[in-house]
Design a protein around this ligand. Structure first.
Ligand SMILES: C[S@@+](CC[C@H](N)C(=O)[O-])C[C@H]1O[C@@H](n2cnc3c(N)ncnc32)[C@H](O)[C@@H]1O
Length: 242
């Protein structure tokens, strides 16, 4: 472990819990639990179904462990990171690599940032922003294909719950009104550095297509077009619906 200290305690060599990577101390207040298992990162990217043409949004790229795999899979990454130390670390890590011109890092709080267009969001978020972030994404226009998000397990269970489940609640209803939600992967706390106090789950959120609202005026215009054509049957179907 980079920067780790080893101290002798009660006759045993015990590794002190010093969560450093590349000289950066991780801040729990910012939910900085870095994914340390490369196999898990591969699995998340693979299950996300990223296309080579995709513009990907990543929230909280941290030191870039997920970012690196996303850069290999997609066309362009837009990453929003609140911590300037992490932004510097990302620049240091990707500068001069073949991927660098496909990565844009926005420094700021994602909840206060106007999000650009993206096809898919793949992200390991700080859990304290789970709820506002989910609804920010669900309100985002134009709608994206899917968001693949690491949540605290219990929050994930509430998102995917079905009527009658113990986790079924207002969050479930509000989310499923706007999106289809799937549980993808259970993730144990030891896959992170430092390990959080809770287990996690990766969830896939697919926004529902908005219903097309047709106003009376538009129906009238459409009716006229139908009657101007020779297909009278089609015309009468629409007349009945008006
Ligand atoms: C759980 S870590 C994930 C790090 C990295 N993606 C990984 O998987 O290894 C969360 C990241 O989100 C950043 N973060 C925390 N609050 C944020 C916010 N409001 N807006 C943007 N980034 C935030 C943290 O600084 C941290 O880098």
């Amino acid at each position: 472990m980079a920067g780790g200290k080893v101290k002798k305690e009660k006759g045993k060599l015990q590794q002190q819990h010093v969560p450093y990577q590349g000289g950066i101390s991780f801040q729990k207040s910012k939910g900085q639990h870095i994914l340390k298992n490369p196999l898990l990162v591969d699995s998340i990217v693979q299950k996300a179904g990223v296309k080579t043409t995709d513009v990907i949004l990543e929230i909280g790229p941290g030191t870039g462990n997920l970012t690196k795999k996303l850069l290999e899979a997609g066309k362009k990454i837009i990453a929003v990171e609140i911590d300037p130390r992490m932004v510097l670390e990302l620049q240091r890590r990707f500068q001069g690599t073949p991927h660098s011109n496909r990565l844009t890092v926005i420094q700021g709080d994602v909840l206060k940032t106007e999000l650009p267009y993206f096809d898919i969001c793949v992200t390991n978020i700080p859990y304290q922003i789970s709820s506002p972030l989910t609804f920010k994404l669900l309100n985002h226009q134009p709608a994206f294909r899917a968001a693949i998000i690491m949540f605290q397990r219990e929050f994930a269970m509430r998102l995917v719950a079905q009527p009658g489940d113990k986790f079924y609640c207002r969050l479930t209803v509000n989310t499923q009104l706007h999106a289809r939600v799937f549980h993808l992967l259970k993730v144990g706390r030891n896959n992170f550095r430092p390990p959080p106090k809770v287990d996690s789950s990766v969830v896939r959120i697919e926004p529902r297509k908005p219903r097309i609202e047709v106003k009376q005026k538009e129906w009238d215009g459409f009716l006229r077009i139908c009657f101007n054509r020779k297909n009278k049957t089609l015309g009468s179907i629409f007349r009945r619906r008006v």
